[in-house]
Design a protein around this ligand. Structure first.
Ligand SMILES: *Cc1c(COP(=O)(O)O)cnc(C)c1O
Length: 835
């Protein structure tokens, strides 16, 4: 039945092309989408919705917009058969997604306006997000910055890693001590990931190998494993800033094979089978919380193999699907190994090509060697990964055979080049023979890679002259430097919107967010008093925000007008948080000894987690809190000095700190910090650096100018000389009266309720061993801090230096780093996708 139109009415006006709810970018479309998602995804009416419901509805609203771009981009990459970068990393320290995705989509303002219309508390919604803390510190955060930049620079990329059910632990402080709480980031669901239940690969462990003849009579090897688990893909889209390019972050979750229970019923061992299932699912259960030292744990080796095998099987699947032959695998993919954690990939690709795909050794090696590149992240000998041959044989018997064969061929090459130099052969072998035979993962990575890079100029040079010297002499052309960078989207625009607004207004547009060298335009304003006042207001507002947060979460009141002196990074002796403490106690002592002694008001803020088994690092946390307890409550100090420990330093909490810092502490012993990236985040937000000539500090100082950087301490060369001449910290302790009285004060029990033994392990270690030469740099550090204090009293000059720091930080964008990798290491080209 039809309804007759009234003939005299106007012909129907075609409806205005209404924006689609799921993809529209206007405030109106976002508002409607939010309402729909709250109803249809969360199943809630507004008046009974919890904060998590509201967050999920907001997240799905943003995700819908990502998905459209992601699928279009994937299609475009596929059509162009573009070369793809696979970034293999055991860690991705992502941080919250929502605010970053709003920024990259360009809908931050529209979303806030929609939120206002809906009477939503946007900051409460943001605070509901659990951050995926799938990393320990700098290395994992670097992987996350690189994913952001790969998309923004428009390079086809897949990040491969592990979907840990428990990421880095949450840190609480109880009675001054660190207490670890498990990180249950998935408990309310994760709206940013898409499970690909059908995309799963088997991964084997244990058992033995067998030789057999194939149908052509060729001798082959079969791996008869005794355990198999499945890796299931979970995908998270990573959108670039202001572009249509989206990278794929594919993380693997371990599951038992579906068939487990049948086997169990057959042999009648139901509980045994359930145990096997639980064991299989343990693989992706928890992130190892060690930052630097490699813990020789069986589960860790299994995790590494698990994610590497899934990732390579996935790459092979993709290539066979589109091209049909593996001959061109290395033309299609380049795989970057983020440290040695994924170095097993070298042996695993050989196994897949030779054993599973029947390729000859030489061709397989040629492909493998052209596929991989390796980034070294540490020079600390105790942090270089090795695995006992015994454990290897038990877990990965086939890989051990392959490594032996790779080693045999490699050492022949060494012998030919360096006739008669058997010492060199022993040093370079993939297997160390001293103290029980062990597989050297860094050597495996270097031999299996076509390019090796360090992460700052100084570090890359030290790699070539120390730990990988022999390899550099054999293959100098393989060695590169790519200085680390960080993303200015998260670490300026998202975390410091006031500064971003001021920069955009001053530069005229937001181009600086895609080309950070544009910040140079700020330079002339360093001499503009009105601009400096606005600059100061931005900094003070951020300090007020942090002060409010610290009052609520660290129960300490701090004065936003005081100098915020911040050291936030993992707790480690080489990073020397105790050097910072010695300075604080020195100032305290000066005040106590001379009530008229004038010091500039300072707030010392620390943040950072200690590995749960790292006794000395945990004791440093206790000492920071103990010193704070005394100083903060001493009426004679009268608030001039404050010490605060920010609990649970994470990406999110870092975003609160960086904008508020006046002074950035980058005081590691020269030659120990590979690059550092915290140093870059602070400086980009207008903090001045007090630092040693270590890692990227060297280049930061070069860029910002030596007059805008507080330098102190020995150089890496001086450290080496001093150590080989014999280092005697006891003599320094005896020879510097102030230092001696500071250490004696700690030993007196003043900071430990009269207990003189509590901090003795720390002070004794300093006075007797001091492996990171804290005492040797003490005097230079304290003197340099006095120069900082003097500089602070000239606010105009300080602000000028702060502006120049930001203006000259362009080099340290992760976009620049990714462009260098693309050009010099990967040989990949951008594939622009419009948004
Ligand atoms: C940037 C960052 C780090 C690295 O800090 P460094 O000072 O370079 O060691 C560690 N943890 C988090 C959460 C970070 O964001």
């Amino acid at each position: 039945m039809t309804t007759a139109q009234t003939p005299q009415s106007e012909p129907p006006v075609p409806a205005a092309p209404r924006e689609r709810t799921r993809t529209g970018m206007s405030q109106e479309a976002l508002k409607q989408a939010f309402i729909d998602n709250l109803f249809y995804v969360q199943g809630r009416f507004r008046d009974v919705a919890t904060p998590n419901d509201l967050y999920m509805a907001a997240a799905y609203t943003v995700r819908d917009r990502l998905l459209e771009r992601w699928l279009k981009c994937a299609q475009s990459y596929k059509d162009s058969a573009a070369r793809t970068v696979c970034y293999l990393s055991a860690e991705f320290l992502l941080g919250p997604h929502l605010a970053n995705n709003l920024l990259n989509l360009g809908i931050t303002e529209a979303a806030h306006a929609a939120g206002v219309e809906l009477e939503l508390d946007f900051s409460e919604i943001m605070a509901t997000e659990e951050e995926p803390g799938l990393g320990n510190g700098g290395l994992g955060r670097l992987a996350a910055c690189y994913m952001d930049s790969l998309s923004t620079v428009q390079i086809p990329a897949i990040g491969y890693g592990i979907r840990y059910e428990f990421g880095i632990f949450d840190q609480e402080i109880e009675n001054g001590w660190q207490v670890e709480k498990s990180d249950t980031w998935l408990k309310n669901g994760n709206p940013w990931e898409i499970p690909r239940y059908k995309l799963r690969f088997p991964v084997k462990f244990g058992g033995h190998t067998e030789q057999y003849h194939d149908e052509h009579g060729a001798l082959r090897v079969r791996w008869a494993a005794d355990l198999e688990v499945n890796g299931v893909a979970y995908d998270t889209p990573i959108l670039g800033y202001g572009v249509g390019n989206v990278s794929l972050l594919r993380l693997w979750k371990s599951e038992a094979p579906e068939s487990f229970d049948f086997q169990a019923f057959n042999v009648g061992d139901y509980y045994g089978a359930v145990h096997a299932k639980i064991e299989a699912e343990t693989l992706s259960k928890v992130l190892y919380p060690n930052d630097e030292p490699a813990a020789g744990k069986e589960l860790r080796l299994k995790q590494q193999y698990f994610f590497v095998s899934c990732s390579l099987q996935d790459m092979i699947r993709l290539h066979l699907h589109t091209v049909g032959s593996l001959d061109s695998f290395a033309e299609k993919f380049v795989a970057q190994l983020n440290d040695t954690h994924p170095a097993l990939a070298v042996a695993e690709l050989m196994r897949l090509l030779v054993d599973e795909h029947g390729m000859g050794w030489d061709q397989a090696w040629d492909i493998t060697h052209r596929t991989f590149c390796y980034t070294n992240h540490t020079l600390l000998p105790e942090a270089l990964e090795t695995w006992s041959v015994r454990l290897f044989e038990k877990i990965l018997p086939r890989h051990l055979e392959l490594i032996y064969e790779i080693n045999r061929r490699f050492l022949d090459e060494v012998r030919i080049r360096f006739l008669g130099d058997e010492d060199r052969v022993t040093r370079m072998s993939l297997i160390s023979e001293d103290g029980g035979r062990r597989v050297r993962m860094a050597h495996l990575a270097v031999v299996g890679a076509r390019a090796v890079n360090g992460v700052a100029e100084l570090h890359s040079n030290l790699v070539k002259t120390t730990i990988l010297k022999d390899f550099y002499e054999l293959w100098p052309e393989r060695f590169h430097n790519v200085t680390n960078g960080v993303t200015p989207r998260r670490f300026i625009a998202v975390s410091n919107p006031r500064l971003a607004k001021l920069i955009t207004e001053t530069c005229g547009d937001d181009r600086w967010l895609r080309d950070l060298s544009c910040l140079r335009q700020l330079e002339p304003y360093a001499d503009d008093a009105e601009f400096r006042a606005r600059w100061r207001a931005v900094k003070t507002a951020a300090k007020r925000d942090l002060a409010r947060w610290l009052e609520q979460h660290a129960w300490v009141k701090v004065d936003p007008q005081s100098l915020f002196d911040v050291q936030a990074k993992r707790l480690h002796e080489y990073k020397r948080q105790h050097l910072n403490l010695l300075h604080i106690v020195s100032l305290y002592q000066r005040i106590k000894q001379d009530p008229n002694h004038s010091v500039v008001p300072r707030t010392f803020i620390f943040g950072g987690k200690a590995a749960p088994g790292y006794y000395m690092a945990k004791l440093m946390i206790k000492l920071i809190n103990a010193v704070g307890e005394v100083i903060n409550h001493d009426p004679q100090v009268n608030g001039t000095l404050r010490v605060a420990f920010m609990p649970n330093f994470s990406v999110q909490n870092g975003q609160r700190l960086y904008p508020a810092a006046d002074l950035s502490e980058q005081i590691s012993l020269a030659g120990k910090e590979a690059s550092g990236t915290g140093n870059m985040k602070f400086s980009m937000n207008g903090a001045l650096t007090i630092g040693t000539l270590d890692g990227a500090n060297v280049e930061i100082r070069e860029e910002v100018g030596p007059e805008n950087f507080f330098l102190f301490g020995m150089t890496a060369d001086e450290v080496r000389q001093r150590q080989s001449a014999g280092y005697h910290p006891w003599e320094i302790y005896q020879g510097d009266a102030e230092l001696k009285s500071v250490i004696d004060l700690i030993n007196s029990g003043l900071f430990s309720h009269g207990d003189p033994t509590l901090f003795r392990p720390l002070t004794d270690h300093l006075v007797n061993q001091d492996p990171f030469m804290v005492l040797a740099d003490y005097r230079a550090y304290v003197d340099c801090q006095a120069r900082v204090g003097t500089a602070w009293t000239d606010q105009h000059q300080w602000d000028r230096m702060s502006i120049l720091n930001v203006a000259r930080m362009g080099k340290f964008s992760s976009d620049r780093a990714i462009r260098e990798y693309a050009e010099h290491i990967w040989q990949v080209e951008a594939k622009p996708v419009a948004c």
